[in-house]
Design a protein around this ligand. Structure first.
Ligand code: PEP
Ligand code: MG
Length: 587
């Protein structure tokens, strides 16, 4: 049980979508339905199978109706979320398993469904990859909806609330989020969920403040209580005292002021005070993120991670499905450019249908381009799909985890084959499509001059480059303090890459997380990067600092930074310089 009503409670969760919202609690019944478990006689089994099929159909009809409503209100870009749910209700392993259990174990439909949900949940929970693990949410959403049909419980509408409501729920589905009436609901909090769940991603792209993973918020909060959500810090405060209330009201106003000021930068060029232009683009994994990217002034997509299309499914997407998907992204972004990265799975990014062996050392294993080259039957359709999408707008293609010249030449050979095939089939594509490589393996840094002869651009993946250069597993929380973007080895590597790119006359881009952290901007500018690609929300802040920097000063800063011997010294130096030169009203 929670504390008594009216006492102040503060709970820490996961900040899923930034922003501060202050409103009234509305508990929404999205909790699990209670079911009874029953053994059947043989004669009851067929009737029970039919009952489950009927409930699956009814749930499907409901999702179809939601889909239609969404298509009308939001257009096509969010529909794939509902399509994932519909797929599960149609001919999926999930459905087949539940139906088979009624027959094999002679149990009632609710029980069979519950056991199937639990089985799939355990399977996903054991997966290391955050994104995949959180796909368990899709199973629960669909399962719950069907269970409600079986026990005859209605799915309550979220929008049946007063204005300034903050929804408190056990979990919310992406469909729930998409249907939120923004006039009434100003934020939400849930017991379940993580940063990379579909719901969190949607909340970010729709800019609804949200905190998830609070575990027991549905039992802590009571209907009608005043609640504060700080979606940046992941904090929820129920029944704030007057001082806390005023403090957060002030923070909310400040946050909104900064947002408004930064929004003014949207259409201003990303240019330094001495006229040096850098392209600021967005990293995108879902088409839903594109409106937010445009809103934040992104000049295109600098990294489109295609692996999301391959996760969570029984059969890999073929050329047609991939083409439809890439085409939608390219059309949605046009005339701005889209940089599509070919599949980067393997290692800890697991795709069941690729039948990968367990590896002792997955980060150094059969991953990314190594896997694509090993499986041309998967790689070729992807290359063809991307090439076909290039006829519809400005597309660049690039390849993850390139370690040497032989690899990129093998890739280019396959790409040429794909082009020739399309040409002979009379299928259009951009004959001048630019090709690039991720620079994220130390060997690629060391031979950057050789690789620069092979491609049109480099994009530095600092997430992996730091991991491999410093031998620090990027997912190991015990090593987090050793993961140093300002390590002299990293800075020297970045310099080698940019210098090699420019000597060969090609662009040096960065799409690792370092690109979006505004404190590093003066360094990246001084090193000479031509393009930085980051999560959309970071773009205005990076642009704001960029517009106050001069290239000449940043170059001096880098020259000095490169003389230090430790990350700590460089960090200290940077901080003092930033405070002295660039600090302003946006901190
Ligand atoms: C990187 O490694 O920096 C990168 C952008 O790719 P990913 O995070 O997808 O490995
Ligand atoms: Mg990488």
């Amino acid at each position: 049980m929670g504390l008594a009503k009216n006492s102040k409670r503060q709970i820490q969760g996961v900040g899923a979508s930034p922003g501060i919202a202050i409103g009234q609690v509305k508990i929404t019944d999205r909790s699990r339905v209670a079911i009874h478990e029953e053994y059947l006689s043989a004669s009851e089994v067929p009737g029970e199978v039919l009952r489950l099929i009927e409930a699956l159909e009814q749930a499907k009809d409901e999702f179809v109706a939601v889909r239609e409503q969404l298509a009308e209100e939001h257009g096509p870009e969010h529909l794939y979320v509902i399509d994932t749910h519909l797929m599960m209700l149609q001919d999926s392993m999930f459905k087949r398993e539940a139906l088979a259990l009624i027959e094999s174990d002679a149990i009632n439909a609710e029980w069979a469904l519950k056991r199937t949900i639990l089985k799939f949940r355990d399977f996903f929970a054991a997966i290391e990859d955050d994104y995949l693990r959180e796909r368990v949410g899709d199973i629960e959403i669909v399962g719950e909806r069907v269970l409600r049909k079986l026990v005859g419980k209605q799915h309550e509408s979220l929008n049946n609330v007063h204005s300034l409501s903050l929804v408190v729920a056990h979990d919310l589905s992406p469909a729930d989020i998409l249907q939120i009436d923004r006039q009434k609901i100003i934020g939400f909090v849930t017991d379940l969920g993580g940063k990379t769940s579909h719901s969190a991603i949607l909340a970010r792209s729709l800019e609804i403040p949200a905190v998830v993973g609070l575990e027991r918020i549905t039992s802590e909060a009571n209907d009608g209580e005043i609640m504060i959500i700080d979606g940046s810090a992941g904090i929820v405060i129920i029944n704030p005292d007057e001082e806390t209330f005023r403090e957060y009201l002030k923070r909310k106003q400040h946050y909104e002021y900064i947002d408004r000021e930064l929004a003014k930068l949207r259409d201003l060029p990303a240019v330094t005070s001495d006229g040096y232009r850098i392209s600021l683009k967005g990293n995108v994994e879902f088409i839903e993120e594109i409106p937010s990217l445009k809103e934040h002034g992104g000049e295109g997509i600098g990294l489109y991670r295609t692996e999301m299309l391959f996760f969570n499914r029984e059969e890999l997407p073929g050329e047609e499905e991939q083409f439809a998907h890439y085409a939608a992204i390219v059309r949605e972004m046009a005339p701005k450019p889209v940089t599509i990265r070919t599949l980067d799975v393997g290692g800890d990014k697991f795709v069941p249908d690729l039948n990968l062996d367990d590896e002792l050392n997955p980060a150094l294993g059969l991953r990314a381009i190594r896997l694509s080259l090993r499986k041309p039957e998967t790689f070729k359709p992807q290359l063809r799909a991307i090439l076909r999408a290039s006829a519809l707008g400005k597309v660049r293609i690039f390849f993850p985890m390139i370690s040497g010249v032989v690899e990129i030449r093998a890739v280019k050979k396959l790409l040429e084959e794909a082009k020739l095939e399309l040409q002979s089939e009379g299928v259009p594509y951009d004959r001048n499509i630019e090709i690039g490589i991720m620079i994220e393996i130390p060997s690629a840094v060391i031979i950057a001059d050789l690789l620069a002869q092979e491609v049109d651009f480099f994009s530095v993946g600092t997430n992996d480059l730091i991991q491999y250069s410093l031998a620090i597993d990027r997912t190991n929380e015990h090593l987090a303090n050793l993961y140093e973007p300002l390590h002299p080895a990293v800075l020297r590597s970045l310099k080698m890459v940019v210098d090699a790119a420019h000597a060969a006359g090609i662009d040096a881009c960065m799409c690792g997380e370092m690109a979006g952290e505004s404190q590093y901007l003066p360094i990246l500018l001084g090193l000479g990067f031509d393009e930085l690609s980051m999560n959309s929300i970071s773009i205005p802040r990076v642009k704001e600092i960029l517009r106050r920097c001069s290239l000449a000063e940043a170059e001096q800063l880098v020259t000095k930074a490169l003389t230090f011997r430790t990350a700590e010294e460089i960090d200290g130096f940077l901080k003092s310089e930033i405070t002295a030169r660039y600090a302003g009203s946006f901190d």
